[in-house]
Design a protein around this ligand. Structure first.
Ligand code: SIN
Ligand code: CO
Length: 374
């Protein structure tokens, strides 16, 4: 990992002292970085119906939010007015953005979310707010003033179309230049104001709520659980009011539910599936002219393979999950899959039958591509 990314801190020190704890300003985190895509390309993405985008404008008093796909007329707004366009999931659309996200691999993939890019005109921004996840705000082209506050008053303006803090009281501020980066832990209040036109890249993290985790696990359990027998009440006694739910019935069902148990393995299976599940709007494109299995194998041996930018491949020990599904891995394929999961590309694939069959299946699904370089 480049030494500059965390301002000379080792990932270990960063995790110990800053991660989820306190903000960190890193001057020259990526020296020479001026952004990944030109403004016009970014605005073109915001017009695409398959891309998640937002337009935000304010007149000093009121905020306006439009969700994409954005009409061209909106994107031709004069640059003399403060507005901004945000494009989510750039890592799935551009390999360079995926590569940028992978620079943050000192955090497990299970916690990485996406790269968002914003373009703003002078004075543009999304207003003072807080996020419930960690974020690295990397300055692309131009300059942006960041104001932050570790205030505990997180009350929001009522009725605004986006989450704006009612009483933002900046405690520190800096102007970020291209390649500078600001790390913010969850709930740290912040406000970014463009100084002239600028672009900012947000490397965001995935933070499921406890509620999401529990309901997700219960859903998982529903598909796994298998209980035999029928409800029976040979001991039924006469009751005065037939509308009354029999107390004995409640007792019996309570006793049944108390027999439900799960193991760490169930939890591991749930997390593997859940965290590798693509977001709802993500679809994979099967190759147009798919090669035969034999041709694929020939090329994979020579040129290697790489995962599609949208693919999520996670593992826990010898268990693997790809895009929401567990993978049936033979012991011989494990080492290769481990490398693929970790580095997301293989320079050359060994000509082993089991591994090749698996990779061919994923190639046909559009989960991976031939060639280890994009
Ligand atoms: C932006 O890039 O304008 C917004 C990023 C953020 O505040 O999280
Ligand atoms: Co934010």
């Amino acid at each position: 990992m480049d030494k500059t990314l965390l301002g000379g801190l080792t990932p270990r020190t960063f995790l110990r002292d800053y991660w989820q704890k306190k903000p960190l300003l890193i001057r020259g985190a990526l020296p020479g970085f001026t952004g990944l895509i030109p403004r016009d390309e970014l605005l073109a993405l915001a017009r695409d119906e398959d891309v998640e985008s937002r337009f935000i404008e304010h007149d000093g008093r009121n905020w306006r939010l439009e969700r994409g796909p954005l009409p061209a007329s909106l994107l031709r707004r004069p640059k003399t007015r403060p507005w901004t366009v945000l494009v989510q999931g750039l890592n799935m659309l551009r390999p360079e953005a995926d590569a940028l996200m992978r620079r943050f691999s000192f955090i497990p993939y299970a916690r990485l979310d996406d790269v968002m890019v914003s373009y703003a005109t002078d004075g543009g921004g999304v207003g003072p707010h807080f996020d419930s996840y960690d974020v690295f705000l990397l300055q692309g082209s131009g300059r942006r003033r960041w104001q932050i506050s570790e205030q505990t008053d997180l009350a929001l303006v009522d009725g605004a179309p986006l989450r704006i803090l009612k009483n933002f009281r900046p405690e520190q501020e800096w102007v970020l230049e291209p390649g500078d980066m600001l790390y913010l832990p969850p709930k740290c209040a912040h406000n970014g104001i463009a100084e002239g036109e600028c672009t900012t890249y947000s490397i965001g993290f995935r933070t499921p709520s406890m509620q999401e985790l529990v309901t997700g696990f219960l859903d998982h359990l529903r598909d796994e659980v298998c209980v035999s027998g029928m409800y029976a009440d040979p001991d039924l006694t006469l009751q005065a009011d037939p509308a009354q739910l029999p107390g004995a019935m409640v007792d019996k069902v309570e006793a049944l539910l108390k027999t439900l148990t799960w193991s760490r393995k169930d939890v591991e299976q749930f997390l593997g599936r859940y965290l590798s599940e693509p977001k709802p709007h993500v679809f994979f494109d099967a190759p147009d002219d798919a090669l035969s299995a034999a041709r694929f194998a020939q090329r994979a041996v020579k040129h290697g393979v790489r995962l599609d930018g949208r693919t999520l491949l996670l593992r826990s020990g010898a268990h693997f999950w790809i895009n929401g599904e567990p993978v049936d891995v033979t012991p011989g394929a494990r080492a290769v899959l481990r490398e693929l999961a970790s580095t997301r590309a293989l320079p050359a694939v060994p000509a082993d039958g089991d591994t090749m069959n698996l990779l061919f299946e994923w190639y046909c699904d559009g989960f991976l591509h031939l060639g280890n370089r994009t």
